[in-house]
Design a protein around this ligand. Structure first.
Ligand code: SAM
Ligand code: SF4
Length: 328
């Protein structure tokens, strides 16, 4: 078992397999001028598989594949198949924008992918376009429908943004009436690749809930261990909804996750800086044992919460990277 210096078990790796993306979500990336990383600087799939195996031997049993958009990287399906065969990895989940995902759903089902989180910021094609700056709403909705009809558990992610998609909160809740889906509302974080917050007015979890309560009654559900979302059901509806206080950060006390960026930097908190670069270690020729020792060392020095991690950043590196370079 991997235990951090605050007694939290670390068993969950979030791996961003690329920083590239075919959308330009307002809250994640600027519309123009993005400089992608050189391909040779990215971890190769062989390097990622090796790291997952080493981390798995130390106690990581759950992996989320994210990005950028995971399905824009060539070779992703055979990589997923390979890690789905690792004995230590009991659960693989994927976060995707759904634009290239639909053809892969049968293969994902077959390899036992447990759940897919689909980013869906609006159920209106014009608002979707305004947020993502790409006209791909129909493709995403086709993916949504096929996922709901599959064996894979489906969650949707909607970043709540003042003046952009507030009316979608009620529309999303209506999705849960007949679909067995968990629709999640996320507080916007400042990871948009530019200085500053993005939207001036943040919708914190409490405000989202107050808005929901203006129209709906709800029942609290039991949250799974280390859940980042507070989960509820509308009586009589099939699905559920969750609110993720990603900006106000009230869930850090049970945080069980570490992150690997596309270029192999390990981050023990979304709000902190990278601690160690595993790509450089691998390319320097170290053994699995040394890789494991590095993991144990950084996990032993984790910040208590996202606020402490943010404070520990050097002043020259503000919290402003694109989420596509960290993985969300
Ligand atoms: N491209 C994939 C997608 O959009 O699902 C995976 C990568 S994306 C960075 C992962 C998640 O991070 C998405 O659900 C997205 O909504 C969320 N995200 C990105 N930037 C965010 C921000 N500034 N605040 C809150 N969530 C954000
Ligand atoms: Fe791309 Fe996902 Fe970022 Fe949107 S949130 S720009 S889909 S990486």
């Amino acid at each position: 078992m991997l235990i951090d210096n605050h007694g939290r078990e670390i068993n969950y790796l979030r791996l961003a397999v690329t920083d590239r993306c075919n959308l330009r979500c307002f809250y994640c990336m600027p519309e123009n001028g993005i400089k992608y990383m050189n391909r040779k600087d990215l971890l190769s799939f062989e390097e990622m598989t090796r790291l997952i195996r080493v981390f798995g031997d130390l106690g990581v049993s759950k992996v989320r594949i994210t990005g950028g958009e995971p399905f824009v990287r060539k070779g992703i399906m055979s990589f997923l198949k390979g890690i789905s065969e690792l004995e230590t990895i009991k659960e693989i989940n994927i976060t995707t924008n759904g634009t290239f995902t639909v053809e892969q759903i049968p293969a994902l089902e077959k390899m036992g992918i447990k759940s897919v989180n689909l980013s869906l910021d609006s159920l209106d094609s014009q608002r979707f376009f305004d947020i993502t700056r790409r006209d791909l709403f129909d493709q995403v909705m086709t993916t949504y429908r096929k996922l709901v009809d599959s064996k894979i558990r489906v969650k949707t992610n909607m970043v709540v943004m003042d003046g952009r998609n507030i009316e979608d909160i009620y529309l999303m809740l209506e999705l849960t009436k007949y679909d067995d889906v968990s629709v999640r509302f996320i507080e916007e974080m400042p990871f948009n690749g530019t200085e500053g917050q993005g939207n001036a007015t943040i919708w914190p979890a409490k405000k989202i809930m107050t808005y929901i309560e203006e129209k709906y009654t709800h029942q609290k559900m039991v949250d799974p261990p280390a859940s980042t979302s507070l989960n509820y059901k509308i009586p009589g509806y099939v699905g559920s909804f969750g609110i993720i206080p990603a900006y106000t950060r009230t869930f850090c006390g049970s945080c069980n996750r570490i992150r690997l960026t596309p270029q192999g930097t390990l981050r023990t908190c979304l709000y902190g800086e990278g601690q160690v670069n595993f790509r450089d270690l691998i390319r320097g020729g170290v053994t699995d044992e040394v890789l494991g020792d590095h993991l144990i060392k950084v996990v032993g020095k984790r910040a208590k919460d996202g606020f402490e991690a943010e404070k520990s950043r050097s002043a020259t590196v503000p919290v402003s990277e694109s989420m596509a370079t960290i993985g969300g």
